[in-house]
Design a protein around this ligand. Structure first.
Ligand SMILES: [Zn+2]
Ligand SMILES: [Zn+2]
Length: 153
């Protein structure tokens, strides 16, 4: 939690944000495993009375290839920007509300990162996958169920 009361109160002020997502907060993310909690770095600033948060979430995820089930680790860095307000605005529900002037980076980042993470994962575009009959990894070797041309029978 970051207390940003002084940012709301002082036009032109800014504050650096640097933290890690808590391990608990990443548990609900589509069953994707993080090698370590993603780091969040950025800045909150009050520009002419409008408070904006811009930050980058970076880390490494491990997920399974949808075809061959191999674990793939991949680095990511996603950048986000939001307008932050002190209370709910009727005309715009895309703003982030800082209840009690506190910025809950965990919950903000969970929502943001969830939208960016790909729903499909392939170890490579031409992954051959597993044989549906014997389960052999066809990237490594053909099995008796696949013909030499590569078409599965
Ligand atoms: Zn694969
Ligand atoms: Zn087979």
């Amino acid at each position: 939690m970051f207390d940003i009361a002084r940012i709301f109160e002082n036009t032109g002020s800014e504050m650096d944000i640097s933290c890690e997502m808590s391990p608990e907060s990443t548990e609900g993310l589509k069953g994707i495993a993080f090698v370590r909690p993603p780091s969040l770095t950025g800045r909150v600033r009050n520009c002419a009375g409008i408070v904006t948060l811009s930050y980058t979430a970076g880390g490494t995820v491990v997920s399974q290839c949808d075809r061959c089930l191999k674990d793939i680790s991949r680095e990511f860095a996603y950048s986000f920007e939001h307008v932050v307000v002190r209370s709910v605005q009727r005309d715009n529900d895309e703003y982030i509300v800082a209840a009690n002037d506190e910025l809950d980076m965990d919950s903000i980042a969970v929502d943001d990162v969830l939208l960016e993470l790909p729903t499909k994962t392939l170890c490579s575009e031409d992954c051959k996958g597993l044989c549906p009959i014997c389960g052999a990894d066809l990237n490594i070797s053909a099995c008796e169920h696949s013909d030499p041309a590569g078409d599965r029978v």
